[in-house]
Design a protein around this ligand. Structure first.
Ligand code: MCA
Ligand code: AMP
Length: 505
């Protein structure tokens, strides 16, 4: 037996004193250092009584220790459940309870809020601060720097990633070792990653993009990463000449282009810029090429599927498209009503099948059955068409979703909260164009009869419950919501009405 994901991503670097993480303070963590750190954390997890298949819920700042915690979870056979650092205690409570986590690892600042949640569940709790300190470190520093890797099968679960839904209830997407590994290997080859690559990594590591795409691809190739805690424009400009590749959401690219220091000379060592998680405007693609001579390579994926399509490395990178289906991934366009294939070139829902497609939603068989067909095709909810050359163009969404700076926001979750506020009869939450984040959230309220909603109090209530990035940037009060003859709220009409609220000048 073996542990395919651990062996291919981590174990193969045993004993290598080659650099793996270049940190902002000028220090470097070698592959061997990193594996030793991961092994000592694996001892802590195992000594805490965790068994293979147990979930470990993690809400911590990005750091080498945080990434090592991921490696340690894989080495111990646990299911890694990373959580956005912006989530509030009420959001976290749901994820921790729903997943039945046996261990919670959080920043020291979150301990007070999460301890009662962990105790109620009988789960352990350890802290890990941004500088690596905390109770996890206290235990790990006394632990051995080698750990006997726990045997796992490629079909065993490796991670849960929660994704919201149109009902407002988040679903735990169950990802197997082979989901993650097959995709990382495909991408590393497709994008020509090698041990010589230095990836500029400023994405968070609690989502697919920063963890399973950026980090796993680098690990598979044996390269290194300039591992930054977050996107900071000055640091990005400073580090750019040392990197060979960058992965980012479109906001990274628009912010870089808005800075005159970002020039072709600055990026002359770069071989590849990749964008995803949200639509990259064709205009950004063109401006980027004019400024740097590089054509951004856009790809498309989802939490449930990892990456599905990519523009080619060598062939034409078509602006406004997400490229071709990746090797091993089947993609088709179907009619949202009938589920039947649409004629070539027509718009429909994108469906995908392949080794990348997840196992289903944790303890939600109906939701799994509604989105994952028996024949293995996953219904993405994205609307697209395939052109005559096989390039996929995403033209919209069949799901009510807002993507702000690469973060997904499901309006239903916010509407349920707004509807509960005093003085509110009903609400509709929409995404409107935003110069920096691509889209941003606007809440449209209808007042209850003879009442005037207190917008400040409502904003405070939202602030206490939901992560900052989900907060409506503006609340509007209207007499009534536009509805069609079936009584369905016409969000398109609201989006048109408010489209200039945050649009770039
Ligand atoms: C921060 N804020 C945001 C966002 N990020 N608000 C809306 N949307 C956001 N994305 C809040 C902050 O809390 C702050 O609030 C205010 O907005 C301004 O923050 P700012 O300093 O400008 O933001 P930042 O810290 O620089 O972050 C912006 C960012 C970041 C760099 C774009 O959001 C980011 O790294 N996004 C990447 C997300 C990602 O990795 N997505 C991949 C998901 P205040 O000032 O009021 O306190 S995986 C995925 O989608 C699939 C699988 C795929 O295909 O990859
Ligand atoms: P998530 O649920 O965070 O995994 O986000 C997945 C969604 O992000 C997809 O269903 C798409 O709607 C969107 N997405 C990801 N990459 C792209 C892209 N390159 N262009 C447009 N939308 C994208």
């Amino acid at each position: 037996m073996a542990n395919p994901l651990y062996d291919r991503l981590f174990g193969r670097h045993a004993g290598k004193d080659t650099p793996f993480l270049h940190l902002g303070d000028g220090t470097t963590v070698t592959h061997a250092d990193f594996l030793a750190l991961a092994a000592s954390i694996a001892h802590c997890l195992s000594d805490a009584g965790l068994s293979p298949g147990d979930r470990v819920a993690v809400q911590v700042e990005k750091s080498p220790q945080a990434l090592a915690l991921y490696a340690a979870s894989v080495q111990t056979g646990l299911v890694f459940l990373p959580l956005n650092t912006a989530y509030t205690v009420s959001e976290l409570t749901y994820f921790i309870e729903n997943s039945g986590a046996r261990m919670v690892v959080c920043d020291g600042s979150g301990e007070e809020g999460l301890r009662p949640v962990a105790e109620r569940l009988g789960a352990g709790l350890l802290t890990l601060n941004a500088d690596g300190s905390g109770t996890l470190n206290e235990r790990a520093k006394n632990a051995a720097s080698a750990f006997k890797t726990v045997d796992r099968d490629a079909s065993d679960l490796a991670a849960f990633l929660y994704t919201s839904g149109t009902t407002g209830r988040s679903k735990g997407a169950m990802l197997t070792q082979s989901n993650l590994l097959s995709n990382a290997e495909t991408l590393a080859e497709h994008w020509r990653f090698t041990a010589d690559d230095v990836l500029l990594h400023a994405l968070p590591i609690f989502h697919t993009h920063g963890l399973f795409v950026a980090s796993n691809v680098t690990l598979v190739a044996g390269g290194s990463m300039i591992f930054l805690p977050k996107f900071d424009l000055d640091t990005m400009i400073q580090m750019m000449p040392r990197a060979t590749a960058m992965m980012g959401v479109p906001t990274f690219y628009t912010r870089l282009l808005d800075d005159p220091r970002f020039t072709g000379t600055l990026v002359k060592e770069m071989r590849l810029f990749i964008s995803g998680s949200a639509p990259l405007l064709a205009e950004t693609h063109t401006r980027f090429e004019e400024r740097t001579g590089h054509r951004i390579l856009e790809r498309y994926g989802m939490t449930e599927t990892n990456m599905n399509t990519s523009n080619p490395y060598d062939g034409e990178r078509k602006a406004g498209t997400v490229g071709l289906a990746l090797p091993g991934v089947e993609l088709k366009i179907t009619d949202p009503e009938t589920g039947k294939d649409v004629p070539q070139g027509d718009v429909g829902v994108i469906e995908v099948r392949g080794p990348n497609v997840f196992k289903g939603y944790w303890q939600m068989p109906e939701k799994t059955a509604a989105e994952l067909r028996k024949n293995g095709f996953f219904i993405t909810g994205d609307l697209g068409r395939i052109d005559a050359d096989g390039y996929v163009q995403i033209v919209g969404r069949d799901k009510d979703l807002i993507i702000s700076g690469g973060y997904n926001i499901y309006p239903k979750e916010i509407e349920l909260l707004l509807d509960d506020q005093p003085g509110v009869l009903e609400s509709a939450v929409i995404g409107v164009p935003h110069g920096d984040f691509g889209e941003t959230v606007v809440g449209v309220l209808v007042a209850a009869p003879d009442e005037t909603p207190d917008l400040e109090r409502i904003a405070e209530a939202v602030g206490g419950s939901l992560a900052r990035f989900k907060h409506p940037r503006k609340l509007m009060v209207v007499d009534e919501l536009p509805r069609n003859t079936m009584g369905k709220v016409q969000k398109n009409s609201l989006r048109d009405r408010y489209r200039d609220l945050f649009a770039p000048a």
